[in-house]
Design a protein around this ligand. Structure first.
Ligand SMILES: [Zn+2]
Length: 433
Protein backbone atom coordinates (compact mmCIF):
# COMPACT_ATOMS: atom_id res chain seq x y z
CA UNK A 1 0.00 0.00 0.00
CA UNK A 2 2.32 2.73 -1.23
CA UNK A 3 0.56 6.07 -1.43
CA UNK A 4 1.55 9.24 -3.23
CA UNK A 5 2.57 10.69 0.06
CA UNK A 6 5.14 7.99 0.34
CA UNK A 7 7.08 8.56 -2.88
CA UNK A 8 9.12 11.67 -1.96
CA UNK A 9 10.88 9.60 0.66
CA UNK A 10 12.69 7.47 -1.90
CA UNK A 11 14.60 10.28 -3.60
CA UNK A 12 15.40 11.78 -0.23
CA UNK A 13 17.05 8.52 0.70
CA UNK A 14 19.41 8.43 -2.20
CA UNK A 15 20.61 11.98 -1.74
CA UNK A 16 20.90 11.60 2.00
CA UNK A 17 22.65 8.24 1.87
CA UNK A 18 25.68 9.60 0.00
CA UNK A 19 25.86 12.57 2.31
CA UNK A 20 25.60 10.27 5.27
CA UNK A 21 28.27 7.85 4.19
CA UNK A 22 30.66 10.75 3.71
CA UNK A 23 29.79 12.45 6.94
CA UNK A 24 29.60 9.31 9.02
CA UNK A 25 33.30 8.81 9.49
CA UNK A 26 33.73 12.47 10.31
CA UNK A 27 30.85 12.20 12.76
CA UNK A 28 32.19 9.07 14.40
CA UNK A 29 35.64 10.46 14.90
CA UNK A 30 35.19 14.20 15.35
CA UNK A 31 31.76 14.51 16.97
CA UNK A 32 32.50 12.29 19.91
CA UNK A 33 36.04 13.59 20.12
CA UNK A 34 34.79 17.18 20.08
CA UNK A 35 32.64 15.73 22.84
CA UNK A 36 29.51 17.14 24.30
CA UNK A 37 27.30 15.47 21.63
CA UNK A 38 24.90 12.79 22.83
CA UNK A 39 25.50 10.37 19.96
CA UNK A 40 27.96 9.89 17.06
CA UNK A 41 25.03 10.42 14.66
CA UNK A 42 23.82 13.63 16.33
CA UNK A 43 23.75 16.83 14.30
CA UNK A 44 25.95 19.58 15.78
CA UNK A 45 23.80 22.45 17.09
CA UNK A 46 22.99 25.34 14.73
CA UNK A 47 22.70 28.17 17.22
CA UNK A 48 22.32 30.81 14.49
CA UNK A 49 19.02 29.21 13.50
CA UNK A 50 17.60 30.45 16.81
CA UNK A 51 18.10 34.11 15.82
CA UNK A 52 14.63 34.14 14.29
CA UNK A 53 13.20 33.68 17.78
CA UNK A 54 14.66 36.94 19.14
CA UNK A 55 11.98 38.92 21.00
CA UNK A 56 9.26 36.33 20.25
CA UNK A 57 8.76 35.12 23.83
CA UNK A 58 8.36 37.01 27.09
CA UNK A 59 10.43 36.35 30.19
CA UNK A 60 7.43 34.88 32.03
CA UNK A 61 6.47 32.56 29.19
CA UNK A 62 10.06 31.34 28.79
CA UNK A 63 10.29 30.67 32.52
CA UNK A 64 6.93 28.88 32.60
CA UNK A 65 7.86 26.50 29.78
CA UNK A 66 11.34 25.94 31.19
CA UNK A 67 10.20 25.18 34.74
CA UNK A 68 7.00 23.22 34.07
CA UNK A 69 7.76 21.26 30.89
CA UNK A 70 11.36 21.17 29.67
CA UNK A 71 13.57 21.49 32.75
CA UNK A 72 11.06 20.59 35.41
CA UNK A 73 13.83 18.89 37.40
CA UNK A 74 15.92 22.05 37.41
CA UNK A 75 18.56 23.60 35.17
CA UNK A 76 22.09 24.46 36.22
CA UNK A 77 23.27 28.02 35.56
CA UNK A 78 26.28 26.37 33.97
CA UNK A 79 23.95 25.89 30.99
CA UNK A 80 21.12 28.43 31.06
CA UNK A 81 20.87 31.75 32.88
CA UNK A 82 17.59 33.64 32.84
CA UNK A 83 17.75 37.40 33.37
CA UNK A 84 14.94 39.97 33.34
CA UNK A 85 15.28 40.95 29.69
CA UNK A 86 17.20 38.04 28.20
CA UNK A 87 18.36 34.47 28.69
CA UNK A 88 21.88 33.16 28.07
CA UNK A 89 22.30 29.60 26.82
CA UNK A 90 25.71 27.90 26.80
CA UNK A 91 26.95 27.11 23.29
CA UNK A 92 30.54 25.90 23.92
CA UNK A 93 31.78 25.07 27.39
CA UNK A 94 35.48 25.12 26.46
CA UNK A 95 35.31 28.51 24.75
CA UNK A 96 32.58 29.70 27.20
CA UNK A 97 30.50 31.16 24.37
CA UNK A 98 26.83 31.85 25.07
CA UNK A 99 23.75 32.47 22.93
CA UNK A 100 21.79 35.51 24.10
CA UNK A 101 18.04 35.40 23.61
CA UNK A 102 16.28 38.75 24.02
CA UNK A 103 12.79 38.52 25.51
CA UNK A 104 9.71 40.24 24.13
CA UNK A 105 8.17 42.89 26.38
CA UNK A 106 5.52 41.58 28.78
CA UNK A 107 1.94 42.11 27.70
CA UNK A 108 2.72 42.08 23.99
CA UNK A 109 0.95 39.59 21.80
CA UNK A 110 3.28 36.64 21.31
CA UNK A 111 4.63 36.28 17.78
CA UNK A 112 4.26 32.71 16.68
CA UNK A 113 4.87 33.12 12.95
CA UNK A 114 8.26 31.42 12.68
CA UNK A 115 7.37 27.76 12.23
CA UNK A 116 6.24 25.32 9.58
CA UNK A 117 3.27 23.78 11.38
CA UNK A 118 -0.15 25.25 12.15
CA UNK A 119 -2.19 25.29 15.32
CA UNK A 120 -5.84 24.23 15.17
CA UNK A 121 -6.82 27.90 15.35
CA UNK A 122 -4.66 28.93 12.40
CA UNK A 123 -6.00 26.26 10.04
CA UNK A 124 -8.33 27.57 7.34
CA UNK A 125 -12.01 27.27 8.26
CA UNK A 126 -13.46 24.52 6.08
CA UNK A 127 -16.11 23.06 8.29
CA UNK A 128 -18.10 21.47 5.49
CA UNK A 129 -15.08 19.42 4.40
CA UNK A 130 -14.65 17.63 7.71
CA UNK A 131 -13.32 18.25 11.19
CA UNK A 132 -9.71 17.67 10.09
CA UNK A 133 -9.90 19.54 6.74
CA UNK A 134 -6.49 20.81 5.67
CA UNK A 135 -4.65 19.32 8.65
CA UNK A 136 -1.36 17.65 7.68
CA UNK A 137 -0.83 14.51 9.75
CA UNK A 138 2.28 12.30 9.50
CA UNK A 139 1.85 8.74 10.77
CA UNK A 140 5.00 7.29 12.32
CA UNK A 141 4.57 3.56 13.02
CA UNK A 142 7.08 2.80 15.76
CA UNK A 143 9.96 0.36 15.11
CA UNK A 144 10.55 -1.54 11.84
CA UNK A 145 9.10 -5.03 12.15
CA UNK A 146 9.61 -7.79 9.56
CA UNK A 147 13.04 -9.37 9.56
CA UNK A 148 14.29 -6.58 11.86
CA UNK A 149 11.84 -7.23 14.69
CA UNK A 150 14.11 -9.58 16.65
CA UNK A 151 17.17 -7.35 16.29
CA UNK A 152 15.21 -4.35 17.58
CA UNK A 153 13.97 -6.50 20.51
CA UNK A 154 10.32 -5.86 19.71
CA UNK A 155 9.52 -9.55 19.09
CA UNK A 156 8.38 -12.39 21.28
CA UNK A 157 6.76 -15.75 20.66
CA UNK A 158 4.64 -18.12 22.73
CA UNK A 159 5.03 -21.74 21.61
CA UNK A 160 3.96 -22.10 17.98
CA UNK A 161 1.69 -19.04 18.02
CA UNK A 162 2.51 -16.33 15.47
CA UNK A 163 5.21 -14.08 16.98
CA UNK A 164 4.25 -10.66 18.32
CA UNK A 165 6.07 -7.97 16.30
CA UNK A 166 5.35 -4.44 17.51
CA UNK A 167 6.69 -2.86 14.29
CA UNK A 168 4.04 -4.70 12.24
CA UNK A 169 1.21 -3.97 14.65
CA UNK A 170 1.99 -0.25 14.58
CA UNK A 171 2.05 -0.31 10.77
CA UNK A 172 -1.36 -1.98 10.75
CA UNK A 173 -2.68 0.79 13.03
CA UNK A 174 -1.24 3.45 10.69
CA UNK A 175 -2.77 1.82 7.60
CA UNK A 176 -6.17 1.65 9.28
CA UNK A 177 -5.90 5.22 10.57
CA UNK A 178 -4.99 6.81 7.23
CA UNK A 179 -8.29 6.33 5.32
CA UNK A 180 -10.34 7.42 8.35
CA UNK A 181 -8.31 10.61 8.79
CA UNK A 182 -8.46 11.32 5.04
CA UNK A 183 -12.24 10.90 5.08
CA UNK A 184 -12.31 13.72 7.65
CA UNK A 185 -10.31 16.00 5.33
CA UNK A 186 -6.76 15.47 6.66
CA UNK A 187 -3.69 15.20 4.42
CA UNK A 188 -2.04 12.03 5.67
CA UNK A 189 1.55 10.94 5.03
CA UNK A 190 3.51 7.92 6.22
CA UNK A 191 6.91 8.23 7.84
CA UNK A 192 7.22 4.45 7.24
CA UNK A 193 4.86 2.32 5.16
CA UNK A 194 6.62 -1.04 4.96
CA UNK A 195 8.54 -3.34 7.28
CA UNK A 196 11.88 -1.92 6.16
CA UNK A 197 14.08 0.78 7.69
CA UNK A 198 13.83 4.39 6.57
CA UNK A 199 17.58 4.85 7.03
CA UNK A 200 19.82 3.60 4.18
CA UNK A 201 22.47 2.62 6.73
CA UNK A 202 22.82 -0.87 8.16
CA UNK A 203 24.64 -2.14 11.27
CA UNK A 204 27.74 -3.00 9.20
CA UNK A 205 28.00 0.67 8.17
CA UNK A 206 28.01 1.70 11.82
CA UNK A 207 30.76 -0.44 13.30
CA UNK A 208 33.25 2.42 13.55
CA UNK A 209 30.61 4.60 15.21
CA UNK A 210 29.88 1.68 17.57
CA UNK A 211 33.55 1.46 18.51
CA UNK A 212 33.54 5.21 19.20
CA UNK A 213 30.54 4.81 21.52
CA UNK A 214 32.25 1.95 23.35
CA UNK A 215 35.51 3.90 23.61
CA UNK A 216 33.65 6.91 25.01
CA UNK A 217 32.17 4.53 27.60
CA UNK A 218 35.63 3.24 28.54
CA UNK A 219 35.67 -0.04 26.56
CA UNK A 220 38.89 -0.04 24.54
CA UNK A 221 39.03 -3.55 23.01
CA UNK A 222 35.39 -4.65 22.68
CA UNK A 223 34.25 -8.11 21.64
CA UNK A 224 32.86 -8.21 18.09
CA UNK A 225 29.81 -10.42 18.71
CA UNK A 226 27.59 -11.53 21.58
CA UNK A 227 26.17 -14.96 22.49
CA UNK A 228 22.46 -14.60 21.76
CA UNK A 229 19.84 -12.29 23.31
CA UNK A 230 20.54 -13.45 26.88
CA UNK A 231 24.24 -12.52 26.89
CA UNK A 232 24.44 -10.17 29.92
CA UNK A 233 27.41 -8.27 28.45
CA UNK A 234 25.96 -7.86 24.94
CA UNK A 235 25.88 -4.07 25.30
CA UNK A 236 29.68 -4.06 25.38
CA UNK A 237 30.02 -5.62 21.93
CA UNK A 238 30.48 -3.93 18.55
CA UNK A 239 27.56 -5.83 17.06
CA UNK A 240 25.02 -4.82 19.70
CA UNK A 241 26.11 -1.17 19.65
CA UNK A 242 26.11 -1.03 15.84
CA UNK A 243 22.62 -2.56 15.80
CA UNK A 244 21.23 -0.08 18.29
CA UNK A 245 22.86 2.78 16.36
CA UNK A 246 21.10 1.40 13.28
CA UNK A 247 17.55 0.72 14.50
CA UNK A 248 17.35 3.52 17.03
CA UNK A 249 19.75 6.41 16.36
CA UNK A 250 20.12 6.29 12.59
CA UNK A 251 16.55 5.17 11.94
CA UNK A 252 14.87 7.81 14.09
CA UNK A 253 17.22 10.57 12.92
CA UNK A 254 16.38 9.69 9.30
CA UNK A 255 12.70 9.76 10.10
CA UNK A 256 13.21 13.21 11.62
CA UNK A 257 14.88 14.48 8.45
CA UNK A 258 11.99 13.14 6.40
CA UNK A 259 9.42 14.74 8.72
CA UNK A 260 11.15 18.12 8.96
CA UNK A 261 12.42 18.48 5.37
CA UNK A 262 9.73 16.77 3.27
CA UNK A 263 6.52 15.95 5.06
CA UNK A 264 6.35 19.15 7.16
CA UNK A 265 3.17 18.08 8.98
CA UNK A 266 1.08 19.98 11.52
CA UNK A 267 1.08 16.90 13.76
CA UNK A 268 3.00 13.60 14.02
CA UNK A 269 1.43 10.52 15.57
CA UNK A 270 4.12 8.11 16.86
CA UNK A 271 2.28 4.80 17.11
CA UNK A 272 3.44 2.18 19.60
CA UNK A 273 2.20 -0.66 21.76
CA UNK A 274 3.63 -0.84 25.25
CA UNK A 275 5.04 -3.88 27.09
CA UNK A 276 6.54 -4.74 30.44
CA UNK A 277 9.88 -6.56 30.52
CA UNK A 278 9.20 -10.03 29.09
CA UNK A 279 12.58 -11.69 29.65
CA UNK A 280 13.21 -14.62 27.31
CA UNK A 281 11.73 -13.77 23.90
CA UNK A 282 10.80 -17.43 23.32
CA UNK A 283 9.37 -17.95 26.81
CA UNK A 284 8.05 -14.49 27.67
CA UNK A 285 6.88 -13.51 31.15
CA UNK A 286 3.20 -12.52 31.27
CA UNK A 287 1.85 -9.99 33.75
CA UNK A 288 -1.56 -8.82 34.98
CA UNK A 289 -0.84 -5.14 34.50
CA UNK A 290 -2.32 -3.30 31.55
CA UNK A 291 -2.24 0.45 31.06
CA UNK A 292 -2.17 3.47 28.74
CA UNK A 293 -0.15 6.65 28.49
CA UNK A 294 0.82 9.31 25.97
CA UNK A 295 4.12 11.16 25.80
CA UNK A 296 4.95 14.65 24.65
CA UNK A 297 8.41 16.24 24.71
CA UNK A 298 9.93 17.59 27.91
CA UNK A 299 11.72 16.66 31.14
CA UNK A 300 15.33 17.01 29.99
CA UNK A 301 17.51 15.44 32.67
CA UNK A 302 20.74 17.02 33.92
CA UNK A 303 23.11 14.76 31.91
CA UNK A 304 21.02 15.34 28.77
CA UNK A 305 21.17 19.13 29.17
CA UNK A 306 24.96 18.84 29.36
CA UNK A 307 25.03 17.57 25.74
CA UNK A 308 25.30 20.48 23.27
CA UNK A 309 22.88 18.91 20.78
CA UNK A 310 20.16 18.09 23.31
CA UNK A 311 20.40 21.49 25.01
CA UNK A 312 20.09 23.21 21.63
CA UNK A 313 17.20 20.97 20.56
CA UNK A 314 15.42 21.63 23.87
CA UNK A 315 15.67 25.41 23.42
CA UNK A 316 14.58 25.14 19.76
CA UNK A 317 11.57 23.13 20.79
CA UNK A 318 10.67 25.52 23.61
CA UNK A 319 10.94 28.56 21.33
CA UNK A 320 8.85 26.98 18.57
CA UNK A 321 6.00 26.89 21.12
CA UNK A 322 4.75 23.40 20.34
CA UNK A 323 4.19 22.48 23.95
CA UNK A 324 0.83 24.06 24.75
CA UNK A 325 -0.70 22.76 21.52
CA UNK A 326 0.64 19.21 21.82
CA UNK A 327 -0.41 18.89 25.47
CA UNK A 328 -3.95 20.04 24.62
CA UNK A 329 -4.23 17.55 21.74
CA UNK A 330 -2.69 14.76 23.82
CA UNK A 331 -5.08 15.40 26.70
CA UNK A 332 -8.14 15.17 24.46
CA UNK A 333 -6.96 12.05 22.63
CA UNK A 334 -5.84 10.38 25.87
CA UNK A 335 -9.33 10.84 27.27
CA UNK A 336 -11.08 9.18 24.32
CA UNK A 337 -8.51 6.35 24.28
CA UNK A 338 -8.86 5.76 28.03
CA UNK A 339 -12.64 5.69 27.70
CA UNK A 340 -12.61 3.18 24.83
CA UNK A 341 -9.84 0.98 26.24
CA UNK A 342 -10.91 1.18 29.88
CA UNK A 343 -7.25 1.26 30.91
CA UNK A 344 -5.68 3.00 33.92
CA UNK A 345 -2.82 5.47 33.41
CA UNK A 346 0.68 4.03 33.54
CA UNK A 347 2.50 5.09 36.71
CA UNK A 348 6.17 5.76 36.11
CA UNK A 349 8.55 4.48 38.76
CA UNK A 350 11.53 6.32 37.25
CA UNK A 351 12.12 10.05 37.61
CA UNK A 352 12.36 10.61 33.86
CA UNK A 353 8.94 12.16 33.25
CA UNK A 354 6.69 15.02 34.34
CA UNK A 355 2.90 14.65 34.42
CA UNK A 356 1.40 17.36 32.18
CA UNK A 357 -2.14 18.36 31.20
CA UNK A 358 -5.23 17.35 33.13
CA UNK A 359 -6.18 13.88 31.86
CA UNK A 360 -3.72 11.98 34.08
CA UNK A 361 -2.50 10.00 31.05
CA UNK A 362 0.01 12.46 29.53
CA UNK A 363 3.66 12.78 30.50
CA UNK A 364 6.51 14.94 29.20
CA UNK A 365 9.62 12.89 28.42
CA UNK A 366 12.73 13.47 26.33
CA UNK A 367 12.68 10.87 23.55
CA UNK A 368 14.65 11.26 20.33
CA UNK A 369 11.53 11.37 18.16
CA UNK A 370 9.57 13.77 20.35
CA UNK A 371 12.65 16.01 20.52
CA UNK A 372 13.65 16.06 16.83
CA UNK A 373 10.32 16.25 14.97
CA UNK A 374 9.74 19.99 14.66
CA UNK A 375 5.98 20.13 15.21
CA UNK A 376 3.51 18.83 17.80
CA UNK A 377 4.13 15.11 18.41
CA UNK A 378 1.91 12.62 20.23
CA UNK A 379 3.68 9.41 21.23
CA UNK A 380 1.17 6.68 22.05
CA UNK A 381 1.87 3.84 24.50
CA UNK A 382 -1.39 1.88 24.91
CA UNK A 383 -1.71 -1.81 25.94
CA UNK A 384 0.84 -4.10 27.57
CA UNK A 385 1.58 -6.67 24.85
CA UNK A 386 2.66 -9.32 27.38
CA UNK A 387 -0.59 -9.04 29.34
CA UNK A 388 -2.54 -12.24 28.60
CA UNK A 389 -5.75 -10.48 27.56
CA UNK A 390 -3.86 -8.12 25.24
CA UNK A 391 -1.92 -11.08 23.84
CA UNK A 392 -5.20 -12.91 23.12
CA UNK A 393 -6.51 -9.80 21.33
CA UNK A 394 -3.30 -9.50 19.28
CA UNK A 395 -3.59 -13.16 18.29
CA UNK A 396 -7.23 -12.56 17.25
CA UNK A 397 -6.05 -9.89 14.77
CA UNK A 398 -8.45 -7.44 13.16
CA UNK A 399 -12.15 -8.35 12.82
CA UNK A 400 -15.52 -6.69 12.43
CA UNK A 401 -17.90 -6.29 15.37
CA UNK A 402 -17.00 -7.95 18.66
CA UNK A 403 -15.63 -11.29 19.82
CA UNK A 404 -15.48 -12.92 23.22
CA UNK A 405 -12.06 -12.38 24.83
CA UNK A 406 -11.79 -13.99 28.28
CA UNK A 407 -15.61 -13.98 28.39
CA UNK A 408 -16.01 -10.29 27.49
CA UNK A 409 -17.21 -9.04 24.09
CA UNK A 410 -14.46 -6.82 22.67
CA UNK A 411 -13.84 -5.08 19.34
CA UNK A 412 -10.53 -5.82 17.61
CA UNK A 413 -7.62 -4.23 19.42
CA UNK A 414 -6.68 -2.40 16.21
CA UNK A 415 -10.12 -0.85 15.72
CA UNK A 416 -10.31 0.16 19.36
CA UNK A 417 -6.93 1.92 19.01
CA UNK A 418 -7.71 3.56 15.66
CA UNK A 419 -11.27 4.65 16.41
CA UNK A 420 -10.39 6.18 19.78
CA UNK A 421 -7.49 8.18 18.28
CA UNK A 422 -9.73 9.48 15.48
CA UNK A 423 -12.47 10.39 17.96
CA UNK A 424 -10.04 12.36 20.13
CA UNK A 425 -8.58 14.26 17.17
CA UNK A 426 -12.06 15.14 15.90
CA UNK A 427 -13.10 16.37 19.34
CA UNK A 428 -9.97 18.50 19.68
CA UNK A 429 -9.99 20.08 16.20
CA UNK A 430 -13.75 20.57 16.11
CA UNK A 431 -13.60 22.39 19.42
CA UNK A 432 -10.44 24.41 18.81
CA UNK A 433 -10.90 25.60 15.21
ZN1 LIG B 1 7.37 0.83 20.81
Amino acid sequence: MISHHFHPRISLHFSLSLFLFLSLFLAATSALAADHLSNPLADPPQWKSLQKYQKTITHDEFERLLRTVYCSQGISDEFIRVDRDFACILMDRDAQTWFTLQFAKEGRRPQLGVRSWRTAQSLPRQKRQGALAGLRIALDPGHIGGEWAQMEERWFQVGDAPPVKEGEMTLQVARMLAPKLRALGAHVSFVRNKTEPVTPLRPDDLKEAARAVLRAGGTENPREDFDGPDDPLKDQTVRWQSEILFYRSSEIRHRARLVNARLRPDLVLCLHFNAEAWGDERNPTFIDKNHLHLLVNGTYLAPELAFDDERFEMVRRLLSRVSDEEIKIADKVAATMAHAMQLPPYQYTTGTVTPVGTSGYVYARNLVATRLYQCPVLYFEPYVMNNSEVFARIQAGDYEGTRSINGVERPSIYREYVDSVVKGLVEYYRGAR
